[in-house]
Design a protein around this ligand. Structure first.
Ligand code: FES
Length: 84
């Protein structure tokens, strides 16, 4: 399995609505980050379903290396520096 693309090195805050379903992009290739736009086809990645428990802002992972997907766990801070 290949690694996901790092879409961004900081999380993306989104105002979600309780009970609503969101599809988090796991591959990092979507142009609608942090959500899936179908670009993962034909990779092995599939979007991850997230149902908001409460209305309010949540921080979705954009580096795609979080261990608490789809939400940020701070893993972006441990990524190797970007190549210049
Ligand atoms: S575009 Fe990344 S999972 Fe769908």
């Amino acid at each position: 399995m290949t690694d996901p693309v790092i879409a961004d090195r900081s999380p993306i805050g989104v105002d979600v609505v309780a009970g609503r379903t969101y599809w988090w992009c796991t591959c990092g290739r979507s142009t609608r980050q942090p959500f899936c736009d179908g670009t993962h086809n034909p990779t092995q990645f599939k979007p991850l379903k997230y149902v908001a428990e409460q209305t309010g802002q949540v921080w979705f992972c954009a580096c795609k290396h979080t261990a608490t997907a789809p939400l940020c766990d701070g893993s972006h801070r441990g990524l190797a520096p970007e190549e210049e």
